[in-house]
Design a protein around this ligand. Structure first.
Ligand SMILES: Nc1ncnc2c1ncn2[C@@H]1O[C@H](COP(=O)(O)OP(=O)(O)O)[C@@H](O)[C@H]1O
Ligand SMILES: [Mg+2]
Length: 347
């Protein structure tokens, strides 16, 4: 926050960089012809923070990352990375950042070490430091043993880790990761999460990552911005986001048959703030009093002679937050094509 600067009316100098947020985006817009992919987004990321952009496919996450990392021009507004204006000082910005794009881009015909070495040279890392950096990043992503292996022999998760190592080989301060675990199996995904958490602790990195996995955002991020149709619809800590949704508990109920009237009946129970239909006969009931709602639900079912096949009380999740802010479910309509983690109760 540079309030002092805002108060004094002196014009902002492009350089030298002032001590400020690691990332600052102001009313940033991207238009492709008539189509506005990013519609005036503002946010700041503090030094050392892990910040998540969470949203469905097509929300504008990659477009935001590409603008912040100098890969595509900004239509309007501006982005400051480490205090440097991306449009005015792209080279200064490139030296501060590491970028892991959404697609895998390491060369499969090279060894792990060769992939890192090429990148280090590209970033003009001096020869003397190159060896040391490569050894350190390999250790950080747990690929030391695979140093001489052909990249094509690595699993998807290992290749993702190699790309993360490659993005760190020039010791950037600010790290951008576009969907770092999309397409990975659950075990590899957890390994990547652990690795990113370790990197945060050991390297004092600021990280901005995009994801459409609620659980990923919840586990990794200090703060999360929910992006939908090119706008930022909510921004807070995971806990803050969950608290912002009316109803602190979720009762998940499964009836043995579907009925047009379930929705209405559930809404009429005491303390209920919202009801979402999950699938035939399955509902998520948001309530400010889980135990009261549960008791009433059981009474209602027995009064009607209906059977409940399952009933569980959980805390509000980021899924509920997403539905609350966008009116849609993220995973159902958007994540079908990729592997998704089995949810509680489906294992
Ligand atoms: N080069 C482009 N030309 C036209 N439209 C684009 C281009 N790149 C992305 N888009 C559109 O912008 C929107 C946001 O895309 P993107 O940033 O890739 O979303 P996300 O990464 O959240 O899935 C989408 O509707 C996409 O089709
Ligand atoms: Mg994307």
């Amino acid at each position: 926050m540079d309030t002092a600067q805002n108060q004094s009316k002196t014009p902002r100098a492009a350089t030298p960089a002032i001590k400020t947020a690691a990332i600052k985006v102001e009313k940033i817009v991207k238009r492709y012809g008539d189509f506005e992919a990013v519609k005036g987004v503002d946010f700041e990321v503090a030094d050392g923070e892990i910040f998540g952009l969470l949203g469905p496919n097509g929300a504008g996450k990659s477009t935001l990352i590409r603008m912040m990392t100098t890969l595509i021009p900004i239509t309007a507004g501006r982005a400051l990375i480490g205090g440097r204006d991306v449009s005015k000082e792209p080279n200064a910005v490139r030296n501060l950042i590491g970028v892991i794009p959404q697609a895998l881009t390491s060369d499969i015909d090279l060894t792990v070490e060769e992939n890192l070495s090429i990148y280090a040279k590209l970033y003009s890392v001096p020869r003397a430091i190159r060896e040391k950096n490569i050894a350190e990043v390999l250790e950080a992503v747990d690929l030391t043993k695979w140093r001489g292996a052909q990249t094509k022999t690595l699993s998807g998760g290992m290749r993702r880790r190699l790309e993360i190592a490659r993005g760190l080989v020039h010791n950037p301060q600010i790290f951008f990761l576009d969907e770092p675990t999309t397409g990975l199996d659950p075990v590899s995904r957890i390994a990547v999460w652990e690795m990113l958490n370790n990197l945060k602790k050991t390297r004092n990195l600021t990280m901005l990552l995009t994801t459409h996995y609620m659980e990923e955002a919840d586990r990794l991020c200090d703060r999360i911005a929910i992006v939908d149709h090119g706008t930022l619809v909510a921004l807070d800590t995971p806990v803050g986001l969950k608290q912002s949704v009316p109803g602190s508990d979720v009762v998940e109920v499964r009836f043995n048959r579907e009925d047009d009237q379930w929705m209405e009946r559930l809404r009429a129970l005491a303390s209920v703030t919202d009801v979402q239909s999950q699938s035939a006969g399955v509902y998520r009931v948001l309530t400010s009093n889980g135990s009261q709602t549960t008791t009433q639900l059981v009474e209602m079912a027995s009064r009607l002679g209906e059977q409940l096949t399952s009933l569980s009380v959980q805390n509000t999740s980021l899924d509920d937050v997403f539905v609350h802010y966008t009116g849609r479910q993220l995973r159902d309509e958007q994540v079908k094509h990729v592997f998704s983690m089995p949810r509680k109760g489906e294992m």
